[in-house]
Design a protein around this ligand. Structure first.
Ligand code: PLP
Length: 465
Protein backbone atom coordinates (compact mmCIF):
# COMPACT_ATOMS: atom_id res chain seq x y z
CA UNK A 1 0.00 0.00 0.00
CA UNK A 2 1.42 3.38 -0.84
CA UNK A 3 0.94 6.43 1.29
CA UNK A 4 1.49 10.00 0.40
CA UNK A 5 2.70 12.88 2.53
CA UNK A 6 1.64 15.40 -0.08
CA UNK A 7 -0.88 17.87 1.20
CA UNK A 8 -3.59 19.06 -1.17
CA UNK A 9 -3.41 22.42 0.62
CA UNK A 10 -1.04 25.01 -0.73
CA UNK A 11 -0.68 27.38 2.19
CA UNK A 12 1.64 29.73 0.32
CA UNK A 13 -0.88 30.97 -2.21
CA UNK A 14 -4.34 32.43 -2.26
CA UNK A 15 -5.71 35.50 -0.56
CA UNK A 16 -7.18 35.31 2.92
CA UNK A 17 -10.58 35.48 1.22
CA UNK A 18 -9.82 32.43 -0.92
CA UNK A 19 -8.34 30.50 1.97
CA UNK A 20 -11.32 31.33 4.18
CA UNK A 21 -13.79 30.26 1.50
CA UNK A 22 -11.91 27.01 0.93
CA UNK A 23 -10.87 25.98 4.45
CA UNK A 24 -12.55 27.87 7.27
CA UNK A 25 -15.87 26.51 8.49
CA UNK A 26 -17.59 29.52 10.03
CA UNK A 27 -20.17 28.98 12.78
CA UNK A 28 -23.87 29.45 12.07
CA UNK A 29 -22.88 30.71 8.62
CA UNK A 30 -24.28 30.02 5.19
CA UNK A 31 -20.88 29.38 3.60
CA UNK A 32 -22.53 29.18 0.19
CA UNK A 33 -23.42 32.87 0.41
CA UNK A 34 -19.79 33.86 -0.14
CA UNK A 35 -18.05 34.10 -3.49
CA UNK A 36 -15.57 36.38 -5.23
CA UNK A 37 -18.39 38.88 -5.56
CA UNK A 38 -19.51 38.50 -1.92
CA UNK A 39 -16.62 38.79 0.45
CA UNK A 40 -16.38 37.18 3.85
CA UNK A 41 -15.99 40.02 6.38
CA UNK A 42 -12.45 39.61 7.72
CA UNK A 43 -11.74 41.66 10.83
CA UNK A 44 -8.05 42.20 11.45
CA UNK A 45 -7.70 44.57 14.39
CA UNK A 46 -9.56 46.34 17.16
CA UNK A 47 -9.16 49.32 19.45
CA UNK A 48 -11.70 50.46 22.05
CA UNK A 49 -15.19 50.47 20.51
CA UNK A 50 -13.87 50.05 16.97
CA UNK A 51 -12.57 47.28 14.71
CA UNK A 52 -11.00 47.35 11.24
CA UNK A 53 -11.38 44.98 8.31
CA UNK A 54 -8.67 43.68 5.99
CA UNK A 55 -9.15 46.70 3.70
CA UNK A 56 -8.50 49.14 6.53
CA UNK A 57 -12.16 50.17 6.87
CA UNK A 58 -13.29 51.07 10.40
CA UNK A 59 -16.47 49.77 12.07
CA UNK A 60 -18.17 50.73 15.29
CA UNK A 61 -18.57 47.48 17.22
CA UNK A 62 -22.09 47.91 18.54
CA UNK A 63 -22.25 44.26 19.62
CA UNK A 64 -19.02 43.86 21.63
CA UNK A 65 -18.17 41.30 18.91
CA UNK A 66 -20.68 38.74 20.23
CA UNK A 67 -21.89 40.32 23.49
CA UNK A 68 -18.46 39.61 24.98
CA UNK A 69 -15.68 42.19 24.48
CA UNK A 70 -17.04 44.15 27.44
CA UNK A 71 -13.92 46.23 28.18
CA UNK A 72 -13.43 47.03 24.48
CA UNK A 73 -10.80 45.94 21.99
CA UNK A 74 -7.03 46.25 21.97
CA UNK A 75 -6.24 45.93 25.68
CA UNK A 76 -2.70 44.61 25.39
CA UNK A 77 -2.31 45.04 29.17
CA UNK A 78 -4.97 42.37 29.76
CA UNK A 79 -3.30 39.93 27.41
CA UNK A 80 0.09 40.70 28.97
CA UNK A 81 -1.21 39.20 32.19
CA UNK A 82 -1.76 35.98 30.22
CA UNK A 83 1.74 36.09 28.75
CA UNK A 84 3.26 36.64 32.20
CA UNK A 85 1.26 33.73 33.54
CA UNK A 86 2.36 31.49 30.65
CA UNK A 87 5.99 32.14 31.60
CA UNK A 88 5.33 31.14 35.19
CA UNK A 89 2.92 28.24 34.65
CA UNK A 90 1.46 27.83 31.15
CA UNK A 91 -0.93 25.10 32.10
CA UNK A 92 -1.92 22.81 34.86
CA UNK A 93 -5.29 21.23 35.31
CA UNK A 94 -8.06 21.65 37.85
CA UNK A 95 -8.50 17.88 38.01
CA UNK A 96 -7.18 16.96 41.46
CA UNK A 97 -4.84 19.98 41.41
CA UNK A 98 -5.30 23.67 41.98
CA UNK A 99 -3.16 26.62 40.97
CA UNK A 100 -3.03 30.18 42.26
CA UNK A 101 -4.86 31.98 39.42
CA UNK A 102 -7.88 29.66 39.46
CA UNK A 103 -8.06 29.94 43.25
CA UNK A 104 -7.80 33.73 43.17
CA UNK A 105 -10.35 34.04 40.38
CA UNK A 106 -12.83 31.69 42.09
CA UNK A 107 -12.51 33.75 45.27
CA UNK A 108 -13.06 37.02 43.40
CA UNK A 109 -16.01 35.71 41.40
CA UNK A 110 -17.62 34.37 44.59
CA UNK A 111 -17.18 37.79 46.23
CA UNK A 112 -19.04 39.50 43.37
CA UNK A 113 -21.77 36.87 43.08
CA UNK A 114 -25.06 37.37 44.94
CA UNK A 115 -25.76 35.74 48.33
CA UNK A 116 -24.14 32.39 49.09
CA UNK A 117 -23.03 31.60 45.54
CA UNK A 118 -19.54 30.79 46.75
CA UNK A 119 -18.35 27.76 44.78
CA UNK A 120 -16.98 28.23 41.25
CA UNK A 121 -16.51 25.51 38.62
CA UNK A 122 -14.64 26.80 35.55
CA UNK A 123 -15.35 25.86 31.93
CA UNK A 124 -14.12 27.03 28.53
CA UNK A 125 -17.29 28.85 27.51
CA UNK A 126 -21.01 29.38 27.96
CA UNK A 127 -22.39 26.18 26.45
CA UNK A 128 -20.04 24.13 28.60
CA UNK A 129 -21.17 26.12 31.63
CA UNK A 130 -24.84 25.41 30.86
CA UNK A 131 -24.13 21.73 30.21
CA UNK A 132 -22.23 21.55 33.49
CA UNK A 133 -25.05 23.25 35.40
CA UNK A 134 -27.63 20.84 33.99
CA UNK A 135 -25.49 17.84 34.92
CA UNK A 136 -24.86 19.33 38.33
CA UNK A 137 -28.60 19.75 38.89
CA UNK A 138 -29.23 16.11 37.98
CA UNK A 139 -26.45 14.80 40.23
CA UNK A 140 -27.49 17.11 43.07
CA UNK A 141 -30.95 15.55 43.14
CA UNK A 142 -29.49 12.04 42.99
CA UNK A 143 -27.25 12.84 45.95
CA UNK A 144 -30.11 14.32 47.93
CA UNK A 145 -32.46 11.38 47.48
CA UNK A 146 -34.58 12.52 44.53
CA UNK A 147 -33.06 10.51 41.67
CA UNK A 148 -36.05 10.88 39.33
CA UNK A 149 -35.59 14.63 38.96
CA UNK A 150 -33.84 15.26 35.62
CA UNK A 151 -35.93 17.62 33.48
CA UNK A 152 -35.13 21.26 32.83
CA UNK A 153 -37.65 23.99 32.17
CA UNK A 154 -36.54 26.79 29.88
CA UNK A 155 -38.33 29.40 27.80
CA UNK A 156 -39.42 29.48 24.20
CA UNK A 157 -36.93 31.05 21.77
CA UNK A 158 -34.24 31.23 24.51
CA UNK A 159 -30.68 30.35 23.49
CA UNK A 160 -28.64 28.43 26.05
CA UNK A 161 -25.93 26.99 23.78
CA UNK A 162 -25.49 24.27 21.21
CA UNK A 163 -23.88 21.30 22.95
CA UNK A 164 -26.33 18.40 23.15
CA UNK A 165 -27.13 19.08 26.81
CA UNK A 166 -27.51 22.84 26.49
CA UNK A 167 -29.47 22.37 23.27
CA UNK A 168 -32.18 20.54 25.19
CA UNK A 169 -32.73 23.83 27.06
CA UNK A 170 -32.42 26.03 23.97
CA UNK A 171 -35.92 26.84 22.79
CA UNK A 172 -35.33 27.61 19.11
CA UNK A 173 -36.92 24.99 16.88
CA UNK A 174 -34.63 25.54 13.89
CA UNK A 175 -31.54 24.94 16.03
CA UNK A 176 -33.00 21.82 17.62
CA UNK A 177 -34.56 19.96 14.71
CA UNK A 178 -31.39 19.08 12.73
CA UNK A 179 -30.02 17.25 15.78
CA UNK A 180 -33.03 15.41 17.13
CA UNK A 181 -33.45 13.28 19.11
CA UNK A 182 -32.07 15.58 21.77
CA UNK A 183 -30.99 14.83 25.32
CA UNK A 184 -34.26 14.07 27.10
CA UNK A 185 -35.76 16.43 29.61
CA UNK A 186 -36.04 19.84 27.92
CA UNK A 187 -39.45 21.51 28.50
CA UNK A 188 -40.43 25.01 27.45
CA UNK A 189 -42.76 27.71 28.72
CA UNK A 190 -43.68 31.15 27.33
CA UNK A 191 -40.98 33.80 27.50
CA UNK A 192 -41.44 37.35 28.73
CA UNK A 193 -42.08 39.00 25.38
CA UNK A 194 -44.29 41.72 26.82
CA UNK A 195 -44.86 43.26 23.36
CA UNK A 196 -46.52 40.07 22.20
CA UNK A 197 -48.11 38.44 25.21
CA UNK A 198 -49.92 35.20 24.27
CA UNK A 199 -53.67 35.72 24.03
CA UNK A 200 -55.45 35.69 27.34
CA UNK A 201 -52.22 35.92 29.32
CA UNK A 202 -51.22 38.81 31.59
CA UNK A 203 -47.58 39.66 32.28
CA UNK A 204 -48.25 38.74 35.90
CA UNK A 205 -49.25 35.18 34.84
CA UNK A 206 -45.96 34.39 33.12
CA UNK A 207 -44.03 33.05 36.11
CA UNK A 208 -46.92 30.76 36.99
CA UNK A 209 -46.57 29.07 33.61
CA UNK A 210 -43.43 27.52 35.12
CA UNK A 211 -45.41 26.15 38.07
CA UNK A 212 -48.06 24.79 35.68
CA UNK A 213 -45.39 23.05 33.61
CA UNK A 214 -43.79 21.54 36.72
CA UNK A 215 -47.21 20.21 37.72
CA UNK A 216 -47.81 18.90 34.20
CA UNK A 217 -44.44 17.11 34.02
CA UNK A 218 -44.70 15.88 37.59
CA UNK A 219 -42.69 17.69 40.28
CA UNK A 220 -40.68 14.52 40.97
CA UNK A 221 -39.21 14.69 37.47
CA UNK A 222 -38.11 18.33 37.31
CA UNK A 223 -34.52 19.17 38.30
CA UNK A 224 -34.05 22.79 37.27
CA UNK A 225 -35.40 25.94 35.69
CA UNK A 226 -32.99 27.90 33.50
CA UNK A 227 -33.69 31.54 32.65
CA UNK A 228 -31.68 34.54 31.48
CA UNK A 229 -32.18 37.80 33.43
CA UNK A 230 -32.92 39.44 30.05
CA UNK A 231 -33.58 36.93 27.29
CA UNK A 232 -31.31 37.51 24.33
CA UNK A 233 -32.93 35.52 21.51
CA UNK A 234 -36.15 37.15 20.41
CA UNK A 235 -34.60 40.53 21.25
CA UNK A 236 -33.85 41.49 24.85
CA UNK A 237 -37.02 40.39 26.67
CA UNK A 238 -36.99 41.98 30.12
CA UNK A 239 -38.91 40.41 33.03
CA UNK A 240 -42.21 41.92 34.22
CA UNK A 241 -42.44 43.24 37.75
CA UNK A 242 -42.27 40.45 40.34
CA UNK A 243 -41.43 37.73 37.79
CA UNK A 244 -38.20 36.43 39.30
CA UNK A 245 -39.53 36.75 42.83
CA UNK A 246 -42.34 34.38 41.87
CA UNK A 247 -39.92 32.03 40.04
CA UNK A 248 -37.88 31.81 43.25
CA UNK A 249 -40.99 30.89 45.23
CA UNK A 250 -41.96 28.25 42.69
CA UNK A 251 -38.48 26.70 42.69
CA UNK A 252 -38.52 26.55 46.49
CA UNK A 253 -41.99 25.06 46.54
CA UNK A 254 -41.10 22.24 44.15
CA UNK A 255 -37.44 21.71 45.13
CA UNK A 256 -36.27 22.73 41.67
CA UNK A 257 -32.90 24.46 41.19
CA UNK A 258 -33.03 27.98 39.77
CA UNK A 259 -30.24 28.50 37.20
CA UNK A 260 -29.68 32.08 36.07
CA UNK A 261 -28.00 31.83 32.67
CA UNK A 262 -25.89 34.97 32.62
CA UNK A 263 -23.54 34.14 29.78
CA UNK A 264 -24.45 37.57 28.40
CA UNK A 265 -26.12 39.35 31.32
CA UNK A 266 -23.25 39.32 33.83
CA UNK A 267 -20.05 41.40 33.99
CA UNK A 268 -21.62 44.81 33.61
CA UNK A 269 -23.87 44.14 30.62
CA UNK A 270 -26.87 45.23 32.74
CA UNK A 271 -24.88 47.67 34.87
CA UNK A 272 -24.26 45.15 37.70
CA UNK A 273 -21.77 42.33 38.15
CA UNK A 274 -24.66 39.90 37.66
CA UNK A 275 -28.08 40.29 36.09
CA UNK A 276 -29.68 38.68 39.16
CA UNK A 277 -28.48 41.70 41.14
CA UNK A 278 -30.22 44.08 38.77
CA UNK A 279 -33.54 42.35 39.34
CA UNK A 280 -32.92 41.48 42.98
CA UNK A 281 -33.30 37.71 42.87
CA UNK A 282 -31.24 34.89 44.32
CA UNK A 283 -30.57 31.94 41.99
CA UNK A 284 -29.07 28.62 43.11
CA UNK A 285 -26.63 28.56 40.20
CA UNK A 286 -25.30 31.19 37.80
CA UNK A 287 -23.78 30.22 34.46
CA UNK A 288 -21.45 32.79 32.92
CA UNK A 289 -18.74 33.23 30.24
CA UNK A 290 -18.08 35.97 27.64
CA UNK A 291 -17.43 39.14 29.73
CA UNK A 292 -15.59 37.12 32.41
CA UNK A 293 -12.48 37.56 30.28
CA UNK A 294 -14.00 40.12 27.88
CA UNK A 295 -13.21 37.36 25.34
CA UNK A 296 -9.44 37.90 25.59
CA UNK A 297 -9.37 34.19 26.43
CA UNK A 298 -12.08 31.51 26.29
CA UNK A 299 -13.53 30.93 29.72
CA UNK A 300 -16.83 30.28 31.46
CA UNK A 301 -17.96 29.37 34.95
CA UNK A 302 -20.73 27.76 36.95
CA UNK A 303 -21.21 29.59 40.25
CA UNK A 304 -23.00 27.46 42.79
CA UNK A 305 -24.66 28.18 46.14
CA UNK A 306 -23.24 26.66 49.31
CA UNK A 307 -26.49 24.76 49.75
CA UNK A 308 -26.28 23.09 46.33
CA UNK A 309 -22.52 22.47 46.54
CA UNK A 310 -22.72 20.96 50.02
CA UNK A 311 -23.68 17.36 49.12
CA UNK A 312 -20.71 17.21 46.71
CA UNK A 313 -18.21 18.32 49.34
CA UNK A 314 -18.24 15.48 51.83
CA UNK A 315 -17.15 11.84 52.09
CA UNK A 316 -16.53 10.05 48.80
CA UNK A 317 -18.92 12.24 46.82
CA UNK A 318 -17.70 14.32 43.91
CA UNK A 319 -19.09 16.08 40.86
CA UNK A 320 -18.17 13.46 38.28
CA UNK A 321 -17.57 15.98 35.51
CA UNK A 322 -14.71 18.08 34.14
CA UNK A 323 -12.86 19.57 31.17
CA UNK A 324 -9.13 19.67 30.47
CA UNK A 325 -9.16 23.42 30.02
CA UNK A 326 -11.50 24.34 32.90
CA UNK A 327 -9.75 26.96 35.02
CA UNK A 328 -6.80 27.25 32.59
CA UNK A 329 -4.21 29.44 34.35
CA UNK A 330 -3.61 31.71 31.35
CA UNK A 331 -7.37 32.30 30.97
CA UNK A 332 -7.73 32.83 34.73
CA UNK A 333 -4.88 35.39 34.72
CA UNK A 334 -6.57 37.20 31.84
CA UNK A 335 -9.92 37.14 33.68
CA UNK A 336 -8.24 38.67 36.75
CA UNK A 337 -6.68 41.44 34.61
CA UNK A 338 -10.04 41.99 32.91
CA UNK A 339 -11.76 42.41 36.28
CA UNK A 340 -9.01 44.86 37.29
CA UNK A 341 -10.01 46.99 34.30
CA UNK A 342 -13.67 46.81 35.39
CA UNK A 343 -12.78 48.03 38.86
CA UNK A 344 -10.03 50.54 38.04
CA UNK A 345 -12.00 52.14 35.22
CA UNK A 346 -15.41 51.90 36.90
CA UNK A 347 -17.13 50.32 33.95
CA UNK A 348 -20.29 49.44 35.88
CA UNK A 349 -20.69 53.11 36.72
CA UNK A 350 -20.23 54.03 33.07
CA UNK A 351 -23.11 51.73 32.10
CA UNK A 352 -25.35 53.02 34.89
CA UNK A 353 -24.55 56.63 33.95
CA UNK A 354 -25.11 56.18 30.22
CA UNK A 355 -27.71 53.47 29.72
CA UNK A 356 -30.50 56.02 29.52
CA UNK A 357 -28.58 57.82 26.72
CA UNK A 358 -28.41 54.60 24.74
CA UNK A 359 -32.06 53.93 25.40
CA UNK A 360 -33.17 57.48 24.50
CA UNK A 361 -31.28 57.29 21.23
CA UNK A 362 -33.12 54.07 20.40
CA UNK A 363 -36.47 55.44 21.58
CA UNK A 364 -35.93 58.43 19.28
CA UNK A 365 -36.18 56.03 16.33
CA UNK A 366 -39.81 55.30 17.20
CA UNK A 367 -40.87 57.97 14.71
CA UNK A 368 -39.93 55.48 11.97
CA UNK A 369 -42.99 53.36 11.11
CA UNK A 370 -40.91 50.15 10.93
CA UNK A 371 -39.94 50.46 14.62
CA UNK A 372 -42.52 48.50 16.63
CA UNK A 373 -40.88 48.15 20.02
CA UNK A 374 -37.75 49.22 21.88
CA UNK A 375 -36.72 47.12 24.88
CA UNK A 376 -33.83 45.90 26.98
CA UNK A 377 -31.74 46.91 29.97
CA UNK A 378 -28.27 48.32 30.48
CA UNK A 379 -26.06 48.07 27.41
CA UNK A 380 -28.28 45.34 26.00
CA UNK A 381 -31.10 46.78 23.90
CA UNK A 382 -33.24 45.76 20.94
CA UNK A 383 -35.58 47.27 18.38
CA UNK A 384 -38.33 45.05 17.00
CA UNK A 385 -39.21 45.74 13.38
CA UNK A 386 -42.82 45.49 12.26
CA UNK A 387 -44.82 45.72 9.08
CA UNK A 388 -47.68 47.55 10.72
CA UNK A 389 -47.21 49.37 13.96
CA UNK A 390 -50.91 49.74 14.71
CA UNK A 391 -51.65 46.04 14.50
CA UNK A 392 -48.11 44.87 15.45
CA UNK A 393 -48.20 42.70 12.34
CA UNK A 394 -44.80 41.15 11.79
CA UNK A 395 -43.08 40.20 8.55
CA UNK A 396 -43.59 36.77 6.99
CA UNK A 397 -40.57 34.42 6.97
CA UNK A 398 -39.93 35.33 3.37
CA UNK A 399 -40.18 39.08 4.02
CA UNK A 400 -37.98 38.73 7.06
CA UNK A 401 -35.37 36.96 4.94
CA UNK A 402 -35.48 39.81 2.39
CA UNK A 403 -35.38 42.44 5.13
CA UNK A 404 -32.60 41.01 7.29
CA UNK A 405 -30.36 39.00 4.99
CA UNK A 406 -31.23 40.78 1.78
CA UNK A 407 -30.72 44.27 3.13
CA UNK A 408 -30.24 45.20 6.80
CA UNK A 409 -27.25 43.08 7.83
CA UNK A 410 -25.17 43.96 4.80
CA UNK A 411 -26.22 47.61 4.70
CA UNK A 412 -25.49 48.27 8.37
CA UNK A 413 -22.09 46.64 7.92
CA UNK A 414 -21.44 48.55 4.70
CA UNK A 415 -22.11 51.78 6.57
CA UNK A 416 -19.68 50.82 9.32
CA UNK A 417 -21.89 49.51 12.11
CA UNK A 418 -21.63 46.03 13.62
CA UNK A 419 -24.86 45.09 15.37
CA UNK A 420 -27.22 42.16 15.19
CA UNK A 421 -30.11 41.80 12.81
CA UNK A 422 -31.81 38.63 13.99
CA UNK A 423 -35.01 36.71 13.35
CA UNK A 424 -34.89 33.76 15.69
CA UNK A 425 -38.13 35.26 16.98
CA UNK A 426 -39.65 38.27 15.23
CA UNK A 427 -37.12 40.48 13.39
CA UNK A 428 -35.00 42.64 15.70
CA UNK A 429 -31.90 44.79 15.67
CA UNK A 430 -29.80 44.33 18.79
CA UNK A 431 -27.17 46.56 20.30
CA UNK A 432 -24.75 45.51 23.00
CA UNK A 433 -21.81 47.92 22.82
CA UNK A 434 -18.59 47.68 24.85
CA UNK A 435 -19.13 49.02 28.36
CA UNK A 436 -16.69 51.88 27.65
CA UNK A 437 -19.06 53.31 25.01
CA UNK A 438 -20.84 56.61 25.64
CA UNK A 439 -22.87 59.36 23.94
CA UNK A 440 -20.35 59.82 21.11
CA UNK A 441 -20.75 56.20 20.01
CA UNK A 442 -24.53 56.30 20.51
CA UNK A 443 -24.77 59.32 18.18
CA UNK A 444 -22.68 57.46 15.63
CA UNK A 445 -24.92 54.41 15.91
CA UNK A 446 -27.99 56.57 15.34
CA UNK A 447 -26.41 58.22 12.30
CA UNK A 448 -26.25 54.77 10.69
CA UNK A 449 -29.40 53.15 12.09
CA UNK A 450 -31.80 55.95 11.18
CA UNK A 451 -31.18 56.14 7.42
CA UNK A 452 -30.86 52.36 7.14
CA UNK A 453 -34.17 51.76 8.95
CA UNK A 454 -35.81 54.50 6.87
CA UNK A 455 -34.69 52.77 3.71
CA UNK A 456 -35.72 49.35 5.09
CA UNK A 457 -39.21 50.74 5.74
CA UNK A 458 -39.45 52.06 2.19
CA UNK A 459 -38.21 48.81 0.67
CA UNK A 460 -40.69 46.79 2.70
CA UNK A 461 -43.44 49.35 2.02
CA UNK A 462 -44.04 50.08 5.68
CA UNK A 463 -45.85 53.38 5.91
CA UNK A 464 -47.23 55.65 8.59
CA UNK A 465 -50.85 54.79 9.45
N1 PLP B 1 -26.20 30.81 27.23
C1 PLP B 1 -26.50 32.03 26.78
C2 PLP B 1 -27.54 32.84 27.50
C3 PLP B 1 -25.86 32.56 25.66
O1 PLP B 1 -26.17 33.77 25.21
C4 PLP B 1 -24.87 31.77 25.03
C5 PLP B 1 -24.17 32.28 23.86
O2 PLP B 1 -24.41 33.34 23.34
C6 PLP B 1 -24.59 30.49 25.53
C7 PLP B 1 -25.27 30.04 26.64
C8 PLP B 1 -23.56 29.63 24.88
O3 PLP B 1 -22.28 30.17 25.07
P1 PLP B 1 -21.05 29.72 24.17
O4 PLP B 1 -21.31 30.24 22.80
O5 PLP B 1 -19.87 30.36 24.85
O6 PLP B 1 -20.99 28.23 24.22
Amino acid sequence: MSTTTESPVDTATGSLQEQARRHLWMHFTRMGAYSEAHEIPIIVKGDGCYVWDEHGKRYLDGLSALFCVNIGHGRADVVQAGADQAKELGYFSNWSYAHPRAIELATRVAAFAPGDLNRVFFTSGGGEAVDSALKLARQYHKLTGKPTKYKVIAREIAYHGTTMGALSATGITSLRQPFEPLTPGGCHVPNTNLYRLPQGLQASDLADKIAERIEFEGPDTVAAVILEPVQNAGGCFTPPEGYFERVREICDEYDVLFISDEVICSWGRLGEWFGAQRYGYQPDIITTAKGLTSAYAPMGAVIVSDRVAEPFMSGTNNFTHGFTFGGHPVCAAIAMANLDVFENEQLLDNVRRNEHNLRSMMESLRDLPIVGDVRGAGYFQAIELVKDRETKESFSDEESETLLRGFLSSELYRRGLICRADDRGDPVIQLSPPLIAGPEQFAEIESVLRPVLEEAGERMQVHHA
